[in-house]
Design a protein around this ligand. Structure first.
Ligand SMILES: [Zn+2]
Length: 228
């Protein structure tokens, strides 16, 4: 049967589209091949190869120029949003209904997202009361692909000490997620943030929790918004 081969193909195309969408951030900036290579764990040569294919198809899924990086076409964006919706709804389902810990939902959703039907997706959405956010605090796109723009900043962009609300945390690093959770740093939590020097990122969630010091890389994965 050829179905399996078609599935695998689709699966890797979907992973590319999703990675470009996620790395591009809320402003949908162009994404470099090296950033994609790192995210997908694929050799840069294969990245170039795949991007050229995606850009050359009858209705191209990406706009790609070798030295300027890549961004999604309208068709590519639509498809990326669909797969992101699957992914984030699955994460919410695993977390809320099946009691998966937050650090485990991403990998599981990564496996399932390519295979669920539209019907299954709709059932999950209904069961959960059409949630707007996944457990990491990321917006779940609506059925028609609409998605409100999240106004938040990574901790690394904040120069002043102060109080903030945790907007979202990255879903990429299970160990870090576990550590953040242990310190009460989860979406919606109130945070006291201090930046004693350029390379020090100190946070405290709630009043009696222990202070948590993050590296620049880790601090960049926590996004916050102002507390008032
Ligand atoms: Zn995820």
């Amino acid at each position: 049967m050829t179905t399996r081969r078609v599935n695998l193909n689709t699966e890797s195309v979907d992973n590319y589209l999703k990675a470009i969408f996620t790395l591009g951030g809320p402003d949908e900036e162009r994404v470099t091949s090296s950033a994609l290579a790192e995210r997908l764990g694929v050799a840069p040569a294969s990245i170039t190869n795949m991007l050229q294919k995606l850009a050359a198809s009858a209705s191209p899924l990406v706009e790609y120029e070798r030295h300027r990086g890549v961004r999604l076409s309208l068709a590519g964006r639509r498809r990326a949003l669909e797969i992101v919706r699957h992914h984030r709804l699955l994460e919410a389902f695993l977390y809320e209904v099946l009691d998966y810990p937050i650090e485990e939902v991403h990998d599981e959703a990564e496996r399932l997202e390519h295979f669920i039907s539209e019907r299954f997706e709709e059932r999950i959405a209904t069961k959960l009361g059409h949630p707007k956010f996944d457990p990491h605090g990321h917006c779940i796109p609506e059925m028609d692909g609409r998605m409100p723009k999240q106004v938040s900043r990574p901790l690394t962009d904040i120069e002043q000490d102060g109080k903030f609300l945790v907007d979202s945390v990255s879903d990429q690093d299970p160990l870090l997620l576990k550590q953040l959770k242990a310190h009460g740093v989860t979406p919606g939590a109130r945070l006291h943030f201090a930046r004693p020097s350029q390379e020090e990122f100190v946070l405290r969630a709630g009043s009696n929790s222990k202070a948590l010091r993050l590296s620049r890389t880790h601090a960049g994965t926590v996004r916050v918004r102002s507390a008032d």
